[in-house]
Design a protein around this ligand. Sequence first.
Ligand SMILES: Cc1cc2nc3c(=O)[nH]c(=O)nc-3n(C[C@H](O)[C@H](O)[C@H](O)COP(=O)(O)OP(=O)(O)OC[C@H]3O[C@@H](n4cnc5c(N)ncnc54)[C@H](O)[C@@H]3O)c2cc1C
Length: 417
Amino acid sequence: MTRFSAFSLFAKALGAHKDWPEQWPDAAPKTTYDAIIVGGGGHGLGAAYYLAKKYGITNVAVLEKGWIGGGNTGRNTTIIRSNYLYDESAHLYDHAVKLWDGLSQELNYNTMYSKRGVMMLAHNVHDIQSFKRHIHANRLNGVDNEWLTPEEAKAYCPPLNIAADARYPVLGAALQRRGGTARHDTVAWGYARAAAALGVDIIQNCAVTGIRRGADGAIEGVETTRGYIASKRVGVSAAGNTSVVMQMAGLDFPLESYPLQALVSEPIKPTFPCVVMSNTVHAYMSQSDKGELVIGAGTDQYVSYSQRGALHIVEHTLAAICEIFPIYRRVRMLRTWGGIVDVTPDRSPILGKTPVKGLYVNCGWGTGGFKATPGAGDLLAYTIAKDEPHRINAPFNLDRFRNGRLIDEAAAAAVAH
Ligand SMILES: Cc1cc2nc3c(=O)[nH]c(=O)nc-3n(C[C@H](O)[C@H](O)[C@H](O)COP(=O)(O)OP(=O)(O)OC[C@H]3O[C@@H](n4cnc5c(N)ncnc54)[C@H](O)[C@@H]3O)c2cc1C
């Protein structure tokens, strides 16, 4: 594997970037593996990397039906934060934020993680009370979060309209300074490259079409569009398609899949220094390094697998963006797209074992799993390697929908990311 450094990049520049080698081989499936990961998004690729790196399980295949990172990993708005309300969630998401910190060095691949701060706007008394409750709960868990007055919020993000007669008045904001963004593709590519260097097979254009179980019910392997592959351990990390894949093993999952949309503007000069979210009016924004305003909307109201959402959803979002940031009213939108997000009843993920021996799952991240990518990959790898969940993901089991020990983050995840 080419080791990236300032010198190696400089040397490539001298050669006009003409001789870049392949970053990971396009592997053909073998007949058997020690572990298979279904889904080549950031979570699945991360799990494969940590299986190889931390547990020495290198005979691993990642099976991706399209191209790696072509699912929600490559479609999201890349917001990273950990200011969730409940203890279980704070531990889970902060585990990921801590891993983001050293990820570029760990993978020798620039993930462009930028801690520019995530600010959540309060527009009414309920928002103020709810965000202050989050701030106190977060601080008890060692997660940074602070309250800003409208003037402090404007100082942090100058384009913000804090006029008292605004349609969506800003009454204050919660700011997590460690929050920010990263470059989505690099996370998939960085994990793929590092995992492949440790011996993992990254197999694209390979859809899993069936799951084979033995007479004792345990996992034996998977049917794919490229033939049968045997493995006693299968981890499913297929985001919006998880319930479809789980049905192949005879399991019904408490998931609903909705389209979620995002859009970007034409590139403009750097004017927007942080991430601003408004759950109440269902809009949030940041600015990419290319200069595009990156804008996210809420989910459609109807379940669907169409990977495109309804127009009125983005219209509503843009109307709100124009009210909150009037300086951008004349900016033109460049493109919109959608992804299919897998939503659980309590808006928290499911990460752990399943009732089928040898079958593990990581799903239900809904609108907000990009931020969790390194943490989810790490914890899925732990769960597969040890055949038991880590204490951080233990509460995020499937049984909670039977025994009622829900982790209700609906308030944190109404639109949020
Ligand atoms: C518009 C949008 C904005 C978002 N914004 C944010 C945000 O700002 N912050 C945040 O934290 N989260 C955000 N999210 C959510 C986030 O993108 C996801 O939670 C996260 O990327 C999930 O990662 P993953 O690796 O599990 O899924 P994916 O990247 O979707 O990977 C799953 C892979 O499984 C593959 N697959 C499915 N079925 C099969 C099969 N049968 N066989 C083989 N492969 C299969 C798919 O092709 C896909 O590549 C957003 C999502 C969307 C759609």
